[in-house]
Design a protein around this ligand. Structure first.
Ligand code: F0G
Length: 368
């Protein structure tokens, strides 16, 4: 019989802080494709896979955490939720708040979020405020609202978010049969690298489930976590917060990551690294994914691929390994970048008259 994926909470209930009685708020998130990246595999001599998180209901990995956060909000009797966002969290919060019947307020940095994400938050009826400041300023206000006003904070400083997002690691192991050798992903506020590491650690050891007793280890190992930041917004590389973060990859334009300590722990415990890639390297990787692999992502999502290509060029990617890269959000979130060529010029579609012979000529086709 056909099986319908039930969303990450029901699929992984025994490994999440929920019970039979929990009212689950879900839009069917998770169960995303793990795509074999043929050209990246040929380039590196390792087997490279893409965890395509743009296939989630609102087009990014945020939905994995949001199902948990909104479920927790309902459980806590909240009437309204709030978040700060570079765009994807706000899109996800707005959609899941709608599903939960809650009010939603989102704080975004003015002029620094993509049209796709802005329109999602509006479409789902969130109250959207553009703050005269960056993401870090927005998060500061959102935390204060959560502390002192009757609104429930759904940013990844809420541990429910990390619990939900750790299911990305479970899915990778379930698909491959074991953990990969290296897991690569973009780093912004650093919730996701923390969440994946938590998931990989839990799957590699016996697990005390609240509902299902002791669960056996699923994987035999854990991967090295390789995180990549945009060079203009790379606090982990600098070793301190950046007050004026800047990058075209607005999703990861973050100078003071909330999950600082857990990201450092993920890097160090896993024997991994967090390094920087330039905006041009990000855009090159963005083009690589769309033109060579058939996978369309937003620029911030390409930072991990940019990092792998950069490390390969430096001779620092081992061959014969299994490497998974999380590509975090859909290309349609911020499609304008696809219309820009490598030399920075705008792509202009060719206009033709309504005539088959001219169209055939334009396509370089001779009549049969
Ligand atoms: N990729 C995308 C597409 C994102 O939207 C984000 C974060 C990240 C990567 C980085 O993940 O913060 O867990 O290290 N976006 C947040 C937002 C900040 O508001 O949507 P992280």
């Amino acid at each position: 019989m056909a099986h319908q994926w039930r969303g990450v909470i029901r699929e992984y209930a025994e490994r999440l802080p929920v019970t039979e009685a929990t009212t689950v708020i879900t839009l069917g998130e998770g169960g995303t494709p793990l795509v074999h990246a043929q050209k990246l595999s040929e380039l590196t001599g390792s087997q490279v896979y893409l965890k395509v998180e743009g296939m989630n209901p609102t087009g990014s990995f945020k939905d994995r955490g949001m199902t948990m956060a909104m479920t927790a909000a309902v459980e806590a009797g909240a009437k309204a939720v709030v978040c700060a966002s570079t765009g994807n969290t706000s899109a996800s919060a707005a959609a899941y708040a709608t599903a939960a019947g809650l009010k939603c307020a989102v704080l975004v940095p003015e002029g620094k979020i993509s049209m796709g994400k802005l329109s999602q938050a509006i479409a789902h009826g969130a109250t959207l405020l553009q703050v005269d400041g960056n993401f870090d300023n927005c998060l500061d206000i959102a935390r204060k609202l959560g502390d002192s006003y009757p609104v429930f904070l759904v940013n990844s400083v809420n541990p429910a978010r990390i619990q939900g997002q750790k299911t990305g690691a479970f899915e990778v192991v379930d698909a491959l049969g074991d953990a990969p050798d290296i897991h690569v992903l973009p780093v912004g506020n650093a919730g996701n690298i923390s969440a994946y590491w938590k998931g990989y650690k839990e799957y590699s050891a016996p697990y005390e489930s609240a509902t299902a007793g002791t669960l056996a280890a699923v994987s035999t190992k854990t991967p090295a976590m390789w995180g990549f930041q945009a060079a203009g917004a790379a606090p982990f590389v600098a070793g301190h917060p950046i007050t004026e973060p800047d990058t075209i990859a607005t999703a990861i334009r973050i100078g003071n990551p909330a999950s600082w300590d857990t990201a450092i722990a993920a890097r160090d415990e896993s024997g991994g690294l967090i390094e920087a890639v330039t905006d041009e390297e990000i855009l090159d990787a963005h083009r690589w994914l769309s033109s060579k692999e058939g996978v369309f992502v937003e620029p911030g999502s390409a930072a991990g691929v940019a990092g792998l290509i950069k490390k390969h060029a430096a001779g620092e990617v081992p061959t014969g390994k299994t490497i998974v890269i999380t590509v975090t959000g859909h290309g349609l979130k911020d499609p304008q970048w696809a219309l820009r060529t490598a030399d920075g010029s705008e792509v202009q579609p060719v206009k033709v008259p309504n005539d088959v012979v001219t169209v055939a000529t334009e396509l370089g086709l001779d009549a049969r």
